[in-house]
Each structure stands twice: as structure tokens, then as C-alpha cells.
Design a protein around this ligand. Sequence first.
Ligand code: HEC
Length: 120
Amino acid sequence: MRKNFLMGVLLGAALQMGWAQDVAQGKIQFQACESCHQVEAGALALGPSLHGVVGRNAAAVPGYRYSPALKKSQIVWTPESLDRFLADPQAMVPGNRMPYSGLPDPVDRANLIAYLNSLP
Ligand code: HEC
């Protein structure tokens, strides 16, 4: 009984650690973003390039016309703030112009952020 419980805890932890870092899965998640976002530096589509997004300030891609809401948000895109934003963009930055309702699964978000963080 106790042994099974421990196995379950260990397996759960291993799965979580593996999933939290899964860049390949994150690349698949990124297909939901690709119609609007490029990952090459400076490439403008409907949305701004996400090249180097982890660690930069919000609304910082030169030449992209951001919404006033995002410009005055003063967010720095860390894995934590990206996680909050991608869960529900309008809740975190009301009035932003990203037409995307959010990615509900925390594992999907973690993988996606790992992918964004892995880009050269
Ligand atoms: C239908 C188009 C569309 C989709 C799909 C979309 N975005 Fe966006 N995204 C935008 C637009 C437009 C903006 C600029 C919003 C603004 O100025 O308020 C934006 C802004 C962002 C920003 C802020 C960038 C910055 O420079 O501050 C991040 C981060 C982001 N999107 C990530 C994502 C991710 C990750 C996905 C996929 C899960 C995604 N977006 C899906 C259109 C989209």
C-alpha cells in the first residue's frame, strides 16, 4: 500500500519534471501562435516577433504598433508572467489586442514557454 503510494508520487514528480521542460511539445503548441507570430528577430506579422521574448519588456519590438494597454503594462516577460498572460491574456492585460482566448492547460503553457525560451 505504502509502496504503491510512493511509486505514484515519484512517477508524478518525474512526469511533471519531464513535461515542464518539453521543448518538442512546446513547438507543437506554438502552432496555435504561428498564424500571428514569427520567431525570427524583427519579423512582423499580425503580431510582433516572439524572438527573444523571454526576458524582454512587453511592447518592445521596434516598428510594431502595440495597443496602448500593452504599452503601458510595464510587464517584463519572464516564464512566470508569460504563464499568466497565456492562461488568459485579457485578464492580465485588459484591452490588449491579441485575439487569443488563452491556453488553459498549465503543462501546455510550460512546454510552450520552454520552446520560446529555447529559441536562439
Ligand atoms: C490571432 C492572432 C494571434 C494569435 C493566435 C496569438 N497572438 Fe500573441 N499577439 C497578437 C497580437 C496582435 C499582439 C499584440 C497585442 C497588443 O498590442 O495589445 C500579441 C502579443 C503577444 C505577446 C506580447 C509581445 C510583446 O512584444 O510584448 C506575446 C508574448 C504573445 N502575443 C504570445 C503569443 C503566444 C505564445 C501565442 C500562442 C499561444 C499567441 N501569442 C497567439 C496576436 C496573436
